[in-house]
Unconditional design. Structure first.
Length: 390
């Protein structure tokens, strides 16, 4: 893959940039105050085709037909571009859309029964429904195999009990993809995923969690207290939930790495403009070599992160044998690079960068979670380390 995007993806970037500038930026303050994206934005995202990049055409998306190869279309790369552009405006809004369309919905697209797909896939792509994925638990974050939520067989189907934590879109979701242990002695082979519609008796949500960042993203505890489901609620194959979840993690990690690109690019553009217009002792800050060198170093880190992230997305699309490794590299490097770039931008802004009402302060809050969500830095290093020392 070339370092630069091809014409198809550059055109798509322009589409995403225009949508972000025209539809997302004007509602950021509203969303940050409300703790959720405005309801009208979901339909606008759907109408623009930005929620259906992986959705088959038969369900109203642009993801081609069932079974079509993703390599030529570069769909993971398109998701990365979308994540990057949305995050230039606001991380909380970006992650809300990405979780629904590209972290939860793909489970339904890939593993859903015809009835499950008919019920949910089209509305999710259209922005008429919102999805969440409930896997993380208070005692099992990156350790998916360690979840304790139980799903017990009944005469009519399944009974779910447990608690999930840090679930994005929990308070907005029309449907949740829930991971549960169907065989408590089976380790990672004992996990199954389920489709749980909002309003199912026994399903409840905690109050919105007060977070350091992503203020415009709804995040809550999910409580499953005797949730009764039919046999038709199983998503995919019983006992294969771990593999389904881990497979979906790859695109999630690419999207989160790309979110880092967006935060970093916005921070670099904003602070460059600021220092050009800022005078100290009668001359612009950019007249000072130390300032120019700091901006150059930030640009180098951003470019390296972008190359690694695009390569990971491209390899994921092509089914490259090193795709998983490339995803881990990109997730680790881009998240750390973005956090450093944004922090440098705050430093160059000085006191102005520490004011809550400034966009750079919001980017600083939002970028930090990228080193934790979707698999921590340490998990990515462990993935890479195990390859070096089997």
């Amino acid at each position: 893959m070339a370092d630069d995007l091809g014409e198809l993806h550059e055109d798509f970037r322009r589409t995403c940039r225009a949508f972000t500038d025209q539809r997302v930026r004007p509602v950021v303050a509203e969303a940050e105050r409300a703790g959720r994206p405005p309801e009208r934005l979901w339909k606008e995202l759907g109408d623009a085709g930005l929620l259906g990049l992986l959705t088959p055409e038969e369900f109203g998306g642009s993801g081609g037909t069932d079974g079509e190869d993703d390599a030529e279309a570069g769909r993971s790369l398109a998701v990365a571009v979308l994540a990057e552009e949305l995050s230039r405006a606001c991380g909380g809004i970006a992650v809300s859309a990405l979780v629904s369309a590209y972290m939860a919905a793909p489970h339904l697209v890939r593993h859903g029964t015809p009835a499950q797909r008919e019920r949910w896939v089209g509305p999710l792509a259209a922005g008429e429904a919102i999805a969440a994925i409930a896997v993380t638990e208070p005692g099992a974050g990156s350790d998916v195999a360690g979840i304790t939520t139980r799903a017990r067989r009944t005469d009519t189907g399944w009974l779910l009990d447990g608690r999930k934590m840090y679930i994005t879109n929990a308070g907005l979701a029309d449907v949740l993809v829930v991971g549960a242990k169907t065989d408590p002695e089976g380790g990672h082979r004992g996990i199954t995923t389920f489709v749980v519609p909002a309003g199912t008796p026994g399903l409840s949500m905690g109050a919105p969690l007060a977070k350091m960042g992503w203020h415009s993203s709804d995040t809550r505890e999910v409580v499953l207290d005797g949730v009764e489901l039919g046999e038709d609620a199983v998503l995919g194959v019983e006992g294969r939930g771990f593999h389904q979840i881990m497979s979906a993690f790859q695109l999630e990690r690419v999207a989160l790495a790309a979110m880092g690109l967006g935060h970093a690019a916005e921070a670099l553009d904003t602070v460059t403009e600021y220092v050009r217009g800022r005078e100290v002792a009668g001359e612009p800050l950019t007249a000072r070599q130390t300032i120019r060198h700091r901006l150059a170093a930030m640009e180098i880190e951003l470019e390296a992160a972008r190359v690694l992230t695009y390569r990971a997305a491209d390899r994921l699309d092509r089914g490259h044998p090193e795709a998983d490794r490339s995803v881990a590299v990109a997730k680790y490097f881009a998240a750390k690079a973005a956090a450093w770039i944004v922090d440098e931008a705050v430093q160059l802004f000085g006191g102005a960068g520490y004011l809550e009402e400034t966009p750079i302060a919001r980017h600083h809050r939002d970028v930090r979670i990228l080193r934790i969500g979707g698999g921590t830095d340490e998990i990515q290093l462990e993935i890479l380390g195990k390859r070096l020392v089997p």
